[in-house]
Design a binder for this molecule. Structure first.
Ligand code: A3P
Length: 287
């Protein structure tokens, strides 16, 4: 597989070069969204795959066949990945599109549409842990070094996909510009049934209670961990080394407590206060 060691530096951010190119980034920036599109926006490791699965099931009215037969990256492609153009060209309605891109790269094209935008956030300390482990299996990302080194790079915004702080602040401070739903990984974890209903309301897709039950059951961690279409085991070891860890790793809230020392927690909290002081949103990261 080509380009695993290549990094694309675009708009001030590093991206894995095997999936992103100058051309695919321009495609994303100039993309014509449809009214019926739903865009999932996340910083990596925030629950992207989970939301892709939930939306797939909502738009199939609970029919599990698409989710069990088509890989998530085909049915809910990342707009910035080089293959997205080919996948989307034949689809007109109810396209589920995913992105990790920052606000400033998509704002122009999104503002010209009334597409629905769902932003999922997660406790950044749990993201750091999840991202650190993901770096160990993803051969298209740099070696993470020690947890201490990775944490430092993350806090400085020097990891691939850029700064978490900038990503969430930029998107949330412009939420009024879009048809926007903000939801957290922790909310999904706390009450998936309630969260699915909330998402259905936002999408104006009312579903029968038994359909909601099917979705909740299908989208629990154990079932998604066993689903080849969501657990990334279809990706060869050369790209994602499944011998070194699993994509569906733990799926829990608060795993940071197993990884952070007291000093690291204090360092994180100080950085969080400094960086987020101009953000007026109260986050609840506990269950
Ligand atoms: P962990 O590494 O903490 O286990 P993304 O899809 O944005 O890359 O996020 C991946 C993270 O979401 C992983 O976290 C993964 O286990 C978790 N995840 C995926 N599906 C989930 C589900 N159904 N329930 C809970 N967590 C899930």
């Amino acid at each position: 597989m080509a380009n695993l060691d290549v990094t694309l530096h675009y708009s001030g951010i590093n991206f894995p070069g095997h999936l992103h190119s100058e051309q695919s980034m321009r495609f994303a920036e100039e993309f014509k969204f449809h009214e019926t599109d739903t865009l999932i926006v996340t910083y990596p490791k925030s629950g992207t795959t989970w939301m892709q699965e939930i939306l797939t099931l909502i738009y199939s009215d609970g029919n599990q066949t698409p989710a069990k037969t088509i890989p998530n990256w085909i049915r809910t492609p990342w707009i910035e990945h080089y293959y997205c153009e080919d996948i989307l060209q034949d689809k007109l309605d109810h396209r589920i599109i995913t992105t990790h891109l920052p606000y400033h790269m998509l704002s122009k094209s999104l503002k010209q549409s009334n597409a629905k935008v769902i932003y999922i956030a997660r406790n950044p300390m749990d993201i750091i842990v999840s991202f650190y482990h993901f770096h160990k299996i993803a051969n298209f990302l740099p070696e993470p070094g020690t947890f201490e080194e990775f944490l430092e790079n993350f806090l400085l915004g020097e990891v691939h996909f850029g700064s978490w702080f900038e990503h969430i602040k930029d998107w949330l401070s412009h939420r009024e510009e879009f048809n926007f739903l903000f939801i957290t990984y922790e909310e999904l974890k706390k009450d998936l049934q309630y969260s699915v209903k909330k998402i259905c309301n936002f999408l104006e897709r009312p579903l029968l209670p038994e359909t909601i039950d099917t979705i909740v059951q299908h989208c629990n961690f154990t079932n998604m961990k066993d689903n080849q279409m969501t657990n990334y085991t279809l990706v060869p070891n050369e790209i994602m080394d499944h011998r070194r860890g699993k994509f569906m790793r733990k799926g829990t809230v608060g795993d940071w407590k197993e990884h952070f020392t007291d000093e690291q927690k204090q360092r994180f909290e100080k950085m969080f206060q400094d960086k987020m002081s101009d953000c007026n949103i109260q986050f609840t990261w506990t269950l």
